[in-house]
Design a protein around this ligand. Structure first.
Ligand code: GLA
Length: 728
């Protein structure tokens, strides 16, 4: 049984293969956190210590003794007003403006399978793969019931948490803050890993010491954002890729979020993640419910690589859906960097034709195919094919492309509207904007109010009429600005708009995948501005970054790999000098880096040299050979490319029989020392043969002494080495 309940002590233990999570409903009916760590039997209530802590107040019924304070005790759902001055997870305001919530334990239920959340993406699992614990907390006076939901996926070492709030009283309530998951540690010296960035440089792993200050990350942009990713990892100070304790929180949500980590006055540490509470005040009328999005939790005592591998498995098999989640995705060529807005139907056809000759399987017509779209100042929202520009109908172009054996995909940006568009003329109030004020523009566009059903219905209809024009097998779903004005022209309460926006977006995506079950959708938001587990529930891959430079990508993909599998990372080979930073890298290196993602090209194959064309043919063939390993294997980060001359990472098949080692040398020097790379995850006591070098190695020596990386003149050389375990 993954979930155990000790009735006498009212202790709940959630067990996975290698971890245990434990909490207790104590004698005062508070739900206290006891333990999250290495798999353990027994009860850990001895960890809680009770003593007079002076200025830390006590709930009334415990006051005579003065040794019980929620300011000190580790909790599962800390609220405001109970005497806990650390960061609260839940803040509820009554209709009369009182902010005070005192939640007490009111029962539980254990069911097989994994809970789902109304209208929100969430980890899914069968009755055999998961169990759900629901703990009920109640504030009778306020009229609030909270269902704390815990999903336990034992094989994956994954626990999920979310909550459903219900107004059981007779007055309106407002949800002012709702953090979905909280981890309270009674002691520890920790580091925090976060993933800040910017457009064209997303998810740079950053490690800092958790000191007395509260560290806050998040996004107030209405999207998970380029600037911070909704992923946080707490670790011991000495934890590295292979050793040490670490805990991950990953948000299954694509809108604004807030992550907080604080060390308290007695050396305890609180970590929590959930919705951004700025511009948020969600009304709950009597009888209404509110679901907080889910957080995925995982723990490893064997360092960051093992932690990431659990998250990868969870995302690949229990977040991503649809026929494409386990299939190798088609190698595509995208028109953006090849032609930008300057193309017609023939350009796209020729792109397809020259790509086909090299083994590429799909052509994607990026931005610029619809009316009023000769640049990025206009046209969003109408989604009418510009037949004049294309020189033919979309149906005819797709048929011609299909006839030469190529698949066809198209770019859309459904959540946006341009001021210069028929849609804006007809419905200016469909954009999020403040009445009487000139709208703030991002890339000269506005954001549609997806909290309104009629807007979602309209976009759904436009997308269907587009997709019905021909055999469209892929769409790139873009989102190229952040929300600035949180104002819906038809909402009764503006504090609900950002959350309702996400429900509208998820509803639209859900309707689309139900209607077009075979469609492959790649998420995108100015590159990787919405790279999160929420989007991955609908789109099994996301364009990782608008930055296609292989060397910058080393750090971007390295950071991304902490929380997300290679199968989800959109990565393409582009031309040099690179369009984002002007760097020149070898063609081979660009392919090695892009091959650790979904793989494709962002260039015009007809303009390649004969040698490059031959390389493309080899690369596509190699990708087909390696794709199942890359997509499903265990990912090991061997070096941090921001700190090492060599960027090295490795993918090992589950049965450890095949290994792909990737190395990029980021700098050269005269008379250079030889870099050695130590492999990981091989089966001990076995021999592995490497194909290109023709050398057979001892697995233990490869993992212990490592192997030398060949040095060559010139910059940015890359190696891709494939090892096979010998059978005897
Ligand atoms: C965004 C995307 C790019 C491209 C352009 C088109 O920036 O990230 O890949 O599709 O939009 O306008």
């Amino acid at each position: 049984m993954a979930i155990q309940y000790n009735e006498k002590k009212r202790i709940f233990s959630l067990h996975t293969a290698h971890t245990t999570y434990q909490m207790m409903a104590d004698s005062h009916d508070y739900l206290l956190h006891l333990y999250y760590g290495k798999h353990a039997v027994g009860e850990m209530d001895y960890l809680l210590q009770y003593m007079d802590r002076g200025f830390s107040p006590c709930p009334h019924e415990t006051a005579p003794e003065r040794i019980y304070s929620l300011d000190v005790l580790p909790q599962e759902l800390p609220t405001v007003g109970t005497g806990d001055y650390r960061v609260p997870a839940l803040m509820i305001e009554s209709e009369g403006g009182i902010i005070w919530t005192d939640l007490r334990y009111a029962g539980y239920s254990i069911t097989s399978g994994k809970y789902s959340l109304p209208g929100l993406p969430a980890v899914y699992a069968s009755a055999k793969e998961a169990q759900t614990l629901e703990i009920f907390l109640r504030d009778q006076a306020l009229g609030l019931q909270v269902s704390l939901l815990y999903g336990v996926l034992p094989e994956l070492d994954i626990i999920t948490r979310a909550m459903i709030l219900k107004n059981t009283g007779s007055e309106k309530l407002y949800v002012r803050k709702a953090q979905s998951a909280v981890l309270d540690f009674v002691s520890g010296e920790f580091d925090l890993l976060t993933f800040p960035g910017r457009h064209t440089f997303e998810r740079s792993m950053t490690r800092s010491h958790v000191s007395g200050n509260c560290q806050t990350i998040g996004s107030r942009r209405g999207m998970s954002s380029h600037q911070f990713n909704p992923l946080m990892i707490l670790s011991d100070r000495t934890t590295n890729e292979t050793e040490g304790r670490c805990w991950a929180m990953e948000f299954v949500y694509s809108g604004g979020f807030k992550g907080e980590v604080m060390k308290d006055q007695f050396g305890g540490c609180r970590m929590q993640l959930g919705l951004s509470d700025e511009l948020f005040r969600y009304p709950l009328a009597p009888g209404d419910r509110f679901a907080s999005p889910e957080v995925i939790l995982s723990y490893s005592h064997k360092g960051f690589s093992a932690l990431s591998q659990s998250l990868h498995r969870c995302i690949r098999s229990h977040v991503c859906r649809g026929p494409w989640k386990d299939k190798v995705r088609p190698v595509l060529v995208n028109s953006w960097e090849a032609a930008y807005f300057h193309f017609n139907g023939e350009t796209i056809y020729q792109l397809a034709k020259s790509a086909k000759e090299l083994g590429i399987e799909m052509v994607v017509m990026d931005d610029g195919w619809f009316t009023n779209r000769s640049d990025d100042y206009s046209g969003l929202g109408d989604w009418t094919v510009d037949e004049e520009k294309l020189g033919e109908s979309l149906g005819s172009l797709i048929s011609r492309i299909n006839a030469i054996g190529m698949k066809f995909g198209i770019w859309v940006e459904p959540e946006m509207i341009s001021e210069i568009s028929e849609l804006y003329k007809a419905h200016p109030d469909w954009a999020l904007s403040i009445p009487g004020r000139a709208p703030v523009l991002g890339r000269s566009q506005l954001v549609l109010d997806m909290s309104r059903k009629e807007v979602v219905d309209y976009i759904f209809e436009r997308l269907c009429s587009l997709l019905d024009q021909g055999n469209i097998e892929y769409i790139k779903w873009d989102y190229n600005r952040c929300i600035a004005e949180v104002y819906s022209h038809c909402a009764d309460e503006q504090g609900r708009v950002l959350y309702d926006y996400m429900l509208g977006l998820y509803d639209l995506l859900e309707r689309l995948i139900v209607r077009y079950p075979d469609l492959l959708i790649e998420g995108c938001a100015g590159g990787g501005g919405r790279f999160d587990a929420g989007m991955l529930y609908y789109t099994p891959q996301i364009w990782c970054s608008d930055n296609t430079d292989a060397i910058d990508r080393l750090q971007i993909q390295y950071g991304t790999s902490f929380g997300y599998p290679a199968a989800a990372m959109g990565a393409h080979v582009s031309v040099c000098p690179n369009h984002q930073n002007g760097r020149i890298t070898p063609f081979h290196t660009r392919a090695v880096v892009a091959m650790s993602g979904t793989f494709g090209y962002e260039l015009d194959p007809a303009k390649l040299t004969e040698e490059e064309k031959n390389q493309v043919k080899d690369q596509v063939a190699l990708f087909h050979k390696l794709a199942p390993l890359i997509q499903n294997g265990r990912y090991y980060r061997l070096t941090n490319p921001a700190e090492n001359l060599c960027a090295a990472w490795e993918i090992v098949s589950d049965d450890r029989s095949r290994v792909l080692l990737n190395v990029v040398i980021q700098d050269v020097h005269g008379n250079m020392p030889i870099p050695y790379i130590r492999l990981q995850g091989l089966e001990s006591g076995r021999m592995y043969h490497e194909e290109t070098l023709g050398i057979t190695y001892s697995s233990d020596a490869l993992m212990d002494a490592g192997m030398p990386v060949p040095i060559q003149d010139g910059v940015y050389h890359a190696f891709q080495l494939i090892f096979t375990r010998l059978e005897s």
